[in-house]
Design a protein around this ligand. Structure first.
Ligand SMILES: CC(C)(COP(=O)(O)OP(=O)(O)OC[C@H]1O[C@@H](n2cnc3c(N)ncnc32)[C@H](O)[C@@H]1OP(=O)(O)O)[C@@H](O)C(=O)NCCC(=O)NCCS
Length: 175
């Protein structure tokens, strides 16, 4: 089983990434509900996975959450939710990653993603999959994923809506 306490504790400048604690659920929910490009249904789904990750197995085995503090000891300003993709040998899903609008552009997302990669590799994972929207609202997110090493691996036209395709992105983990 993935030991997030061991895998997720790496500071980069003033950003500290650590494993989820039960008392993070409420502040992470507040963070999720502040993300402007998530729909109400997406927010509910993202919160649900954080609750599962904070609870007992099997939820906690299926969903892992790392949170970012900046400064250390402060409330979570970012979080990432990920887990092993069922029925695959070494593929993991990055389900959600979000950073508070007030600290975006300062490396928090990059630091969180690096820690997700480290945790996934430590658990034997070899690649990360992201499913995202083709809508313009997600352009910045797409750039972020490109910078993190993802490539477009598939596209399903009109998946979410007539004007909204599903984009499947893959990041091969090295090392
Ligand atoms: C996507 C998100 C997590 C990025 O977090 P962040 O802390 O602002 O990102 P960082 O400052 O660590 O930037 C990392 C890299 O992505 C790039 N990037 C981040 N935001 C970008 C933007 N709006 N436009 C272009 N590039 C961007 C940065 O330039 C940086 O590139 P570099 O490594 O060459 O310097 C954040 O914008 C966010 O929470 N967005 C809303 C939620 C969301 O859409 N999540 C993804 C779907 S679940």
């Amino acid at each position: 089983m993935l030991d997030l306490a061991a895998a997720g504790a790496a500071p980069a400048r003033h950003i500290v990434v650590r494993a989820l604690r039960p008392d993070d659920v409420a502040p992470v929910e507040t963070l999720i509900r502040s993300v402007e490009n998530f729909s109400p249904a997406e927010r509910d789904c993202a919160v649900e996975l954080v609750v599962l990750a904070a609870g007992p197995p099997p939820g906690a085995d299926d969903y892992k959450v790392l949170v970012a503090e900046a400064p250390a000891g402060g409330p979570p300003v970012g979080y990432a939710c990920f887990g092993p993709t069922p029925m695959t040998r070494s593929t993991w899903d990055l389900y959600w990653i979000a950073v508070s609008p007030t600290v975006r552009g300062s490396g928090c997302g990059r630091t969180l993603h690096a820690e997700v990669e480290r945790a996934v590799r430590a658990a034997g994972g070899r690649r990360l999959r992201v499913e995202t929207s083709s809508k313009q609202d997600y352009d910045a997110t797409y750039r972020f994923y490109e910078r993190a090493g993802y490539r477009l691996a598939g596209r399903v036209e009109r998946f979410y809506a007539d004007d909204d395709d599903l984009l499947i992105l893959i990041c091969e983990l090295r090392g």
